[in-house]
Design a protein around this ligand. Sequence first.
Ligand code: GLN
Length: 497
Amino acid sequence: MIHLTASQMASKLIAGETTSVELTQAHLHRIAEVDSNVHAFLFVDSKGALEQAAAVDAKRSAGEKLAPLAGVPLALKDVMVQKGIPTTAGSKILEGWRPPYDSTVVTNLKNNGIVILGKTNMDEFAMGSSTENSAFGPTHNPWDLTRIPGGSGGGSSAALAAFEAPLAIGTDTGGSIRQPAAVTGTVGVKPTYGGVSRFGLIAFSSSLDQAGPCARTVLDAALLHEAIAGHDPKDSTSINAPVPQVVAAAKTGDVKGMKIGVVKELNGEGYQSGVRLRFEESLELLADAGAEIVEVSAPNFEYALAAYYLIAPSECSSNLARFDAMRYGLRVGDVDGASAESVMNLTREVGFGREVKRRIILGTYALSSGYYDAYYGSAQKVRTLITQDFNKAFEKCDVMVSPTCPTTAFKIGEKSNDPIAMYLNDIATIPVNMAGIGGMSLPAGLAPEDGLPVGFQIMAPAMQDQRMYLVGAVLEAALLTRWGAPLLSQAPELVGK
Ligand code: GLN
């Protein structure tokens, strides 16, 4: 049962062939069996999940009309607050904290009857590309346990690839939904900025952060997208407009006449050969399906990474000031006569990891008077140029495409002492966040040289998220015909390793 897609699970629930309790138990059993190897979860809420499942089953028996995904289990990235459930954002500084409220995403999940299995591992405060920055140890890639599952949302994507959950929530500030999806052979979507509420999403870089769906198929991602999206008065940047019809788009199956723009700057030197091979193959499949492949250029993407690593740390230095030892979680050095300042210093010294400290220092520097214009101000100008590049390119095409990542999953430890090498993983995903548009990654096959998954990225103009689902679903179907079975059926068995 755990190998079904979420929409297949939902159909079985509706047909009365299974119950939510049974489905939830099957996943809890799988987690117990494999998660000591994968470490996708930081907290498993067995009791709460079974209670939620029983409640959905009771409503179904009573003949209540339920949402499409009602009764299907999900894994929640630990950056999203859930009332009463330990929430750490991968940081020691929040250890022991239980949020007094639900994030809007969690409220929406609950209203849809989606069963929350637990909280997934992540880079501390979503800063990273490998989940090695978690204060609670790394997550392992189910394709090869010695490799990273991507980051920052490695736990969510690994849980999908290991069949510990059919659905997951991720957040994407510079690629943290799409990059883990790419290296685990799963699907991840960063919606248009403002499409999904940020209320209760622990802030890293508020102008870039966006929650979105993670799944094993494009249709499942679309179903989850519609469940969590929508206007929220509690988030001042939430879009007050109807949610894009992404489920209908995923079922359309026709890209005839659509123009697919290959981004010249994101497809060439620096990309692993197997990544390029699978990318080119996917383009051929889309052309066979009737799409027109064109080349587009985005000259300012070259500066996206540098600008991102000024803007994101700047915003994080401000956002993380709230962890002052007074309000949440950890408190160190609170002895008689200690000043608030010394308690704050000691707590932040012990509570934050190296990468978080590096970014706070960088961001504080970039925002300091005298440097503000030179660094933060210039980065914001680059951001505008990137948006203009997208606007120009979208005059020539309906969606833009690129490989999601330059390489397949690397070894745990390989880049952990080289921040720049780590940052470069996001070279192809960051422009989307800078412009606030939507981006999707879906599996394009395995790189012949290492047998590891490759991701294909689709980018759509703001509030046109349905286009990614349309193109993604057509490509997914074409690839499925070629492979004969879903990519994940080729992933090695995890039990007992
Ligand atoms: N890897 C990028 C970073 O470290 C993006 C992370 C994210 O999207 N949360 O900032």
